[in-house]
Design a binder for this molecule. Structure first.
Ligand SMILES: [Zn+2]
Length: 482
């Protein structure tokens, strides 16, 4: 049996393993408030790296950040009929403030469409004011009874983009552009492959015209919705009277989009890459990409090695590498290796007196590949090469795992069997009926994750519904999901 150093294995109990990985890496903890989590510094550092990358991508596509209030007047929520129905059950309501009962209760935002579009109604008058391209980094609250760290908590952190456009075509283009931004981020930063596509009506965002999402497959073969992008049509614009004068002088409602990704992505990262030794963090999002562990016996050796290790740290840091020197005393190198492995640090450099004498250093990878020795001159460029290799290997590995767990052109029996046993993605024909969808969910717990975008569809399109045998209107991807 493989060495796990006390962690439950993924094979034995995936859910217990997940919690133990988080505890060992000190990513998050349960809070005294039921349903809420505390994101610890090591977990928050990963979120900060995610934020940084996404924020740059949003700005590169023309968006600006702004901030709207945490509180929303309760009446706002009910202005869009589907929206209130979708969110009312999980909303937290503030009824008192400053020792007095409020005239109108305030809800704590579960999402900010209503308050943002109320403001857009003030700011937008003419077609010259469009498009409005705003993003907000914020916390939101959706009351949850069953908590899972990062995946399902009452309060979580996210970003929500909210845009307003003059035409439906522009809004649709923006919706798909941001879906593409998320996909790029997930592949190029998280090393996590995703399937993109449209949601069916039953899985659509409450109040949206169309919802698109990025779906990833976790190591236990359950799907995770990693981000969503919505074309809201004119639904909210009508509810909040967001109108503008067109170029011809007519009055029209704007077309809105909204799109979001949350701290759930940290959970996705953990469940995509980590192993039975603990967290595996893809190098581009790691708090520390390299940790240097000095090796010595005597105090004399220590002074010499630590000094050289610090020079190495500065050398790497000036090359843009996030590096940490672990010079803690009274701790054996092996114990340090163990700790940093559990925390998912991609690369470790080991430096001892013998290396120093020969002007070399030993590089060890958290995943894949053997230890390699290189000269101190080579190490800076080598580290960058190896990190890129690791990223590609993680992405390729996750993709291979997903494909191995994917079944195309399944019969009803094969589908039931697969959902009953190993799980995974199943592609099959869909008649478009919500009755079929509901029946499938009830009998197998699987849902349609997306009607996949063209590049993911099967070469031979299905002709009949996998469940009822009637003509298929679209190929669908089913899975049990988080
Ligand atoms: Zn059907």
């Amino acid at each position: 049996m493989a060495e796990t150093r006390g962690l439950t294995t993924r094979a034995a109990d995936f859910s217990a393993w997940y919690n133990e990985v988080i505890a060992r890496a000190e990513l998050a903890d349960y809070s005294p408030v039921r349903g809420c989590m505390v994101i610890r510094p090591n977990g928050y550092a990963i979120w900060e790296q995610m934020q940084r990358a996404l924020d740059q991508m949003f700005k590169d596509t023309g968006h600006q950040n702004a901030y709207f209030p945490l509180f929303i007047p309760q009446s706002f929520l009910s202005r869009e009929a589907e929206h209130v129905e979708g969110f009312a059950p999980e909303v937290a309501v503030v009824t008192h403030g400053g020792g007095k009962e409020l005239e109108e209760p305030l809800i704590i935002r579960p999402t900010s469409e209503t308050i943002i579009y109320a403001m857009y109604a003030k700011w937008i008058q003419s077609y010259r004011d469009l498009p409005v391209l705003i993003n907000q980094w914020a916390n939101v609250v959706r009351w949850e009874m069953r908590t899972r760290l990062f995946l399902r908590t009452t309060e979580f952190l996210w970003q929500e983009g909210h845009t307003a456009h003059a035409t439906e075509a522009e809004a649709e283009e923006e919706t798909l552009r941001m879906l593409g931004v998320y996909r790029t981020f997930m592949e190029q930063w998280m090393a996590m492959p995703v399937i993109t596509g449209r949601k069916t009506d039953s899985e659509r965002f409450a109040g949206a015209l169309r919802t698109y999402s990025c779906e990833a497959l976790m190591q236990d073969n359950r799907a995770l919705q990693a981000s969503t992008s919505h074309n809201l049509g004119q639904n909210f614009a009508r509810a909040f009277e967001v109108t503008f004068q067109t170029a011809n002088g007519d009055l029209d409602h704007v077309w809105n989009t909204s799109w979001g990704a949350s701290t759930r992505l940290v959970g996705a990262l953990i469940m995509t890459h980590s192993d039975d030794l603990g967290l595996v963090c893809p190098p581009r999002l790691a708090q520390y990409q390299v940790v240097i562990v000095p090796i010595y016996k005597s105090g004399e050796e220590r002074a010499m090695v630590v000094e050289a290790a610090d020079r190495l740290r500065k050398q790497l840091s000036s090359g843009g590498v996030r590096v940490h020197l672990d010079a803690r005393e009274g701790m054996k190198p092996g114990a340090k290796y163990y700790e940093w492995e559990g925390r998912g640090v991609p690369l470790r450099l080991e430096l001892g007196p013998r290396d120093l004498a020969s002007g070399t250093v030993v590089l060890a990878r958290r995943t894949g590949g053997k230890k390699e020795t290189m000269t101190l001159d080579e190490v800076s460029s080598r580290v960058l090469v190896v990190m890129n290799e690791m990223h590609e290997e993680l992405l390729k590995g996750a993709l291979a795992r997903r494909e191995a767990a994917t079944l195309r052109g399944a019969t009803k029996e094969q589908f039931i069997d697969k959902m009953d046993q190993e799980g995974g993605f199943v592609y099959g024909g869909f008649c478009g009926s919500s009755t079929c969808e509901a029946e499938i969910k009830e009998q197998t717990k699987a849902t349609i994750r997306v009607l996949p975008d063209e590049e993911f569809r099967s070469l031979v399109p299905p002709t009949t519904c996998m469940w009822c045998g009637r003509p298929s209107v679209a190929e669908a991807v089913w899975a049990k999901a988080y």
